[in-house]
Design a binder for this molecule. Sequence first.
Ligand code: BO1
Ligand code: ZN
Length: 241
Amino acid sequence: AQSWGYTKQDGPHTWGQIAPIADSGKRQSPIDIIPREATYQEALASRPLRTIYLPQNSKSVINNGHSIQVCIDGADSCLTGGPLEDDRYEIVQFHFHWGTTSKTGSEHTIDGRQYAGELHLVHYNTTKFSSFADAAKSAGGLAVLGVFLTPGSENASLDKLTKLMSRVQNSGDSLDLQDGFDPASLLPADKTRFWSYPGSLTTPPCFESVNLDCLQGPDRSIRTTAGAVPSTEDRKSMLPC
Ligand code: BO1
Ligand code: ZN
């Protein structure tokens, strides 16, 4: 398979060559969120998103050549509630998107403004599908929970991961999470305020199966110290950005 990345040669404007839906699709993520054009759904006020995550389900940290990813054996870990109707979405992995400065990195923007980074927790619908691969091809198959990252005070939980990142500097590197890791520790406490829309995988294969992308408001984003975000040098060695 042809590879993709973030350089001039293989960046997003070229992804349509390997994933035609990236160019022809009608619900491609990411998007620019314009809060004044979003509608408030009263019904969701009494339906918070609910996560049941078991720390011991987080198995490893890998550098997959595109991102740093925590792999989860999520059989007992799931996302429900909010706009997800009565379906259950099992978590399979979470990963980060970031740039080379604290001004760039997030994929989604708010009123055109980009954030330093974006965390994606990737889930698939186990009520309707028997595997991630099946779900990924179908509308309503996936749910990605997004959290903007912005420099600020230290986040002890994120620190645990960024400390490990120096051990997976090259594509293909991985390490075992001996003590597990609780993905819920990276989420804001308020699970009733989020934006949601029908979207897609943000990278090839860009499938339009993401029922919702829930983006916490920037005021609710997890704050990290400058030191908690990998240094520009570290990021250069970890990711081709
Ligand atoms: S994202 O959350 O929209 N950035 C996103 C983008 C691409 C994938 C997942 C999330 N890709 C898929 C791969 C599968 C893999 C799966 C789970 O991620 O296409 O091969 O099994 O890791
Ligand atoms: Zn992502």
